[in-house]
Design a binder for this molecule. Structure first.
Ligand code: GDP
Length: 197
């Protein structure tokens, strides 16, 4: 990997967010979707382990990606996983109060990576999140996790179902285990831009 990633901080309120200086990429998904594993694969074990430290699972954990010359390039924001419970009125009643304003207002948020499990049918909570992001005019990319568990027809069928039910043109299939799709995911992250900077 050309870039280095380091843990920046865990925020439990907007006051604790890092200064908005570089394009930020947020990672979202239901609990158990494979978010920690994906972040491990992207940024290295040590950095992502922080996110699963007790007390930090309800925080937004920020990581700084720097280039070869140590210049800050991007911030990755690991958001708390949302639950299995139905997401209704707001994105999720279980989510800490500052998450929705973060998604709505963070000036440097340039891309939301929405993780969905390729092994299960499209979930209502994922659909609600995606609809919310569309309404808020946020750029997002849907990434289907754990693709190594599927092959052949089932893989094709499940990815088609996700596309259809979540009304998407594109789903990027990845595996933290085999690293399939990880290069493409990095490219999406690197090219994420924000007009706020
Ligand atoms: P999180 O709750 O979203 O952070 O999910 P985790 O990263 O903890 O993963 C949940 C479960 O799915 C764990 O048992 C992981 O080992 C498994 N898992 C995550 N990513 C993959 C993957 O790419 N392939 C396979 N086969 N299993 C995965």
């Amino acid at each position: 990997m050309r870039y280095t990633t380091q843990f920046l901080l865990s925020a439990l309120s907007a006051a604790q967010f890092p200064a908005p200086t570089v394009p930020e990429i947020a990672f979202l998904g239901r609990s158990n979707v494979g978010k920690s594993s994906l972040l491990n694969a992207l940024v290295g074990d040590k950095a992502a382990k922080v996110s699963s430290t007790p007390g930090r699972t309800r925080a937004i954990n920020f990581f700084l990606v720097s280039d070869e010359k140590r210049a800050p390039r991007n911030i990755l924001a690991d958001l708390p996983g949302y639950g299995y419970a139905k997401i209704s009125k707001s994105i999720s009643a279980e989510w800490p109060k500052f998450i929705e304003p973060y998604l709505a207002e963070r000036p440097t948020l340039s891309l939301c990576i929405c993780l969905v499990d390729s092994n299960i049918p499209p979930q209502e909570s994922d659909r609600t999140l995606i609809e919310w992001l569309r309404a808020a005019n946020r750029s997002f990319a849907v990434v289907a996790t754990k693709i190594d568990r599927l092959s052949g027809n089932v893989r094709t069928k499940n990815l088609a179902a996700l596309k259809k039910e979540l009304e998407l043109n594109e789903v990027l299939a990845v595996s933290a285990k085999t690293k399939q799709g990880m290069g493409e995911l990095w490219s999406r992250i690197e090219t994420a831009k924000t007009d706020q900077l």
